[in-house]
Design a protein around this ligand. Structure first.
Ligand code: MG
Ligand code: MG
Length: 309
């Protein structure tokens, strides 16, 4: 259990590190980054959002909003969701609305549109929309993985429900499920070779996300995001090397950085994350993530074991 907690905390803190590091160079081209930063490798804030040093963006704060809603509902709400009760989804939607009303530092277009729909008519999903192919639902799904660890049916139901609050697109669904299951596999202790093999099979089954040869596109389109994440995560064994290489690809660097940090952090665990980065994160962020990690893992223990992946 202690080892699982270290891996889960490594994933969540690794996610926040990637977000804070990448945000400085979000929307920049690799050549621009090289010109301004050489190799960008320190958490310094700034960027187009003019962040304070160590500040995270919507990727982490929306994840925390989801995590808080899951914890508030507790095991009964999660078990209710598995039985088809949508009250937990409604609570998550409410958490996203509250997050939005608190004027977050940024909010993606599709997330904004979905939250405004929710505010307007209270529906828990919009119709399929070919314009919903952004990475906003994928980026915030980490708490769903922790809260349902060991129960794939619950994981899938929760992931799709939270995704559809703002995004309704089959590639978003596939990406959200795929990276979530890969994270679950790493938390269950899969070694690097086994996780890579799983990823290769997943790409075989979902060829839109094929990342070899890597096309060098790291936009917020979910296909570009997943290709970038899998490319750099498989290329580098070491947490720091993987995250640095990812964010220096620029574009949606906070989100690709966060997702690579999540996968690489799950493998190395919190104890082996680079201390200088960890100390740069804002203390209330680290505290909230630490509290959520133990609470969400406890939620998963309250679920019946079923269909482990
Ligand atoms: Mg962001
Ligand atoms: Mg971003």
């Amino acid at each position: 259990m202690r080892e699982l907690f270290d891996k889960a905390l490594g994933a969540y803190l690794g996610f926040a590190i990637g977000d804070a590091l990448g945000a400085t160079v979000e929307f920049m081209r690799p050549r621009e980054i090289a010109l301004h930063h050489g190799v960008h490798r320190e958490i310094v804030g700034g960027g187009w959002l003019k962040l304070a040093r160590g500040q995270v963006t919507d990727d982490t704060t929306m994840s925390l909003a989801l995590g808080a809603a899951l914890l508030q509902g507790g095991s009964p709400a999660l078990c209710g969701l598995v039985r088809g009760d949508d009250s937990l989804v409604r609570s998550i939607g409410h958490a996203y609305v509250q997050w939005f009303k608190a004027k977050p530092v940024d909010c993606g277009n599709t997330c904004r549109r979905g939250i405004q729909r929710l505010l307007h008519d209270g529906t828990l999903e919009g119709p399929f929309n070919p314009g919903d192919g952004g990475n906003g639902a994928l980026m915030r799904n980490l708490p769903s993985v922790l809260a349902t660890l060991g129960n794939d049916a619950a994981f899938a139901r929760l992931s799709i429900a939270q995704a559809h609050l703002t995004h309704h697109h089959p590639l978003c669904d596939a990406a959200t499920l795929g990276l979530g299951r890969l994270l679950g596999l790493l938390l269950a202790g899969a070694d690097r070779a086994a996780a890579r093999l799983w990823a290769a099979q997943w790409v075989h089954d979902n060829p839109a996300f094929g990342f070899t040869p890597y096309r060098g596109r790291a936009t917020a389109y979910v296909v570009d995001t997943v290709q970038t994440v899998l490319h750099y995560w498989t290329l580098h064994d070491d947490f720091e090397a993987a995250v640095v290489a990812t964010v220096n690809q620029g574009d949606d660097a906070d989100t690709t950085g966060a997702l690579v940090g999540m996968l690489a952090g799950a493998r190395c665990g919190a104890a082996r994350l680079p201390q200088r980065w960890l100390h740069r994160l804002q203390p209330d962020t680290v505290q909230a993530i630490t509290n959520q990690t133990s609470g969400l893992l406890a939620l998963a223990q309250g679920l019946p074991l079923a269909n482990p992946v």
